[in-house]
Design a protein around this ligand. Structure first.
Ligand SMILES: Nc1ncnc2c1ncn2[C@@H]1O[C@H](COP(=O)(O)OP(=O)(O)OP(=O)(O)O)[C@@H](O)[C@H]1O
Ligand SMILES: [Mg+2]
Length: 285
């Protein structure tokens, strides 16, 4: 029965992290448009003494749970980086610096060194964009279904590659790079593509925009590593492939963490435990 919990109330999903009786990290998520279920879950766990909270919808959650519990807020970027450092440590990923790219509903990008971390930028292209564009182009808005279909699709009929333009010539950059996402559609004048192919191409667009930006920040900050986190990567092999492939093509290292969606919730949990001076050394994952 948890004494402390961390809650990250994001634009789409509300993530909860807590420790089991045997000190194992437990993780679960609710849709952020159903905060009533979060309240019910808290009510079912009478042992909860203190809640660490983070995320852009914290005030909305506070309003729903105010009669039953108070919450201790930590700024989202601080919680996320605290959680990332912890998850890197438990995964034994030994890096001195990295770009941390949090692909949530939108995407937030940070630079982390041993001593400091700072938010360097972001883009409105994120997990929300993935679902939005998928819905508008194919009518499919269910996250799992989008991933399942995209995994079966191919992009080469829809995306225009550098080598498609430079036919019969040497290419000035790698011919396999995308010259124009969705660029073939207008050139060949066809719109009758399979759902699977459209969805794979939507994921390609989202993944490449995010990776391109992350790589630029990595170059600016002179680091080789990019740690990709956020629930948008959950069960999404195709998107992860796009990001890893693009990052490596540009000579950087892509790092994925098993509990990628929960960095904020874990950070909020660690913060509330530190506030109450609980020892956290013995936590296992
Ligand atoms: N079960 C799910 N339902 C809806 N979206 C999901 C689900 N699982 C993964 N996703 C994807 O994860 C994204 C949300 O990621 P995440 O939970 O990291 O963001 P958030 O914290 O809610 O948003 P933000 O940090 O931008 O406020 C969605 O946009 C969607 O692409
Ligand atoms: Mg978030």
């Amino acid at each position: 029965m948890p004494k402390y919990i961390g809650i990250d109330t994001g634009g789409t999903l509300t993530k909860i992290a807590f420790l089991s009786a045997t000190n194992e990290l437990q993780l679960l998520a609710f849709p952020s448009n159903d905060l009533q279920s979060v309240k019910e879950w808290i009510l079912q766990h009478a042992s909860i003494a203190a809640i660490g909270a983070t995320g852009g919808r914290t005030e909305q959650l506070r309003e729903v749970v105010k009669d039953i519990r108070s919450m201790h807020y930590i700024v989202e970027f601080e919680a996320t980086l605290k959680g990332v450092r912890y998850l890197l440590q438990t995964e034994k990923v030994d890096i001195q610096d990295a770009i941390i790219t949090n692909v949530g509903t939108g995407t937030s990008i940070h630079y982390m060194s041993e001593e400091t971390h700072v938010r360097v930028g972001g883009t409105g292209v994120g997990g929300g964009t993935l679902i939005g564009l998928a819905g508008l182009t194919t009518g499919v808005t269910d996250y799992e279904q989008i991933n399942m279909l995209a995994n079966r699709g191919t992009r080469h009929g829809i995306d225009l590659l550098v080598k498609d333009i430079y036919q019969g010539m040497d290419t000035p950059i790698s011919g396999d790079l995308t010259a124009s996402n969705f660029g073939k559609v207008g050139i060949i004048g066809r719109t009758d593509f399979a759902q699977e192919d459209i969805l794979a191409t939507v994921q390609g667009l989202v993944g490449e925009v995010i990776s391109t930006l992350s790589i630029q920040y990595a170059e600016q900050n002179k680091t080789k590593h990019i740690v990709y986190i956020g629930s948008t990567l959950s069960d999404n092999d195709h998107l992860k492939y796009v990001m890893a492939h693009y990052t490596e093509l540009k000579k950087h290292t892509a790092i994925f963490l098993p509990d990628h969606g929960y960095a904020g919730a874990v950070g909020a949990l660690l913060n509330i435990m530190e506030e109450h001076e609980e020892a956290i050394e013995n936590v296992s994952i």
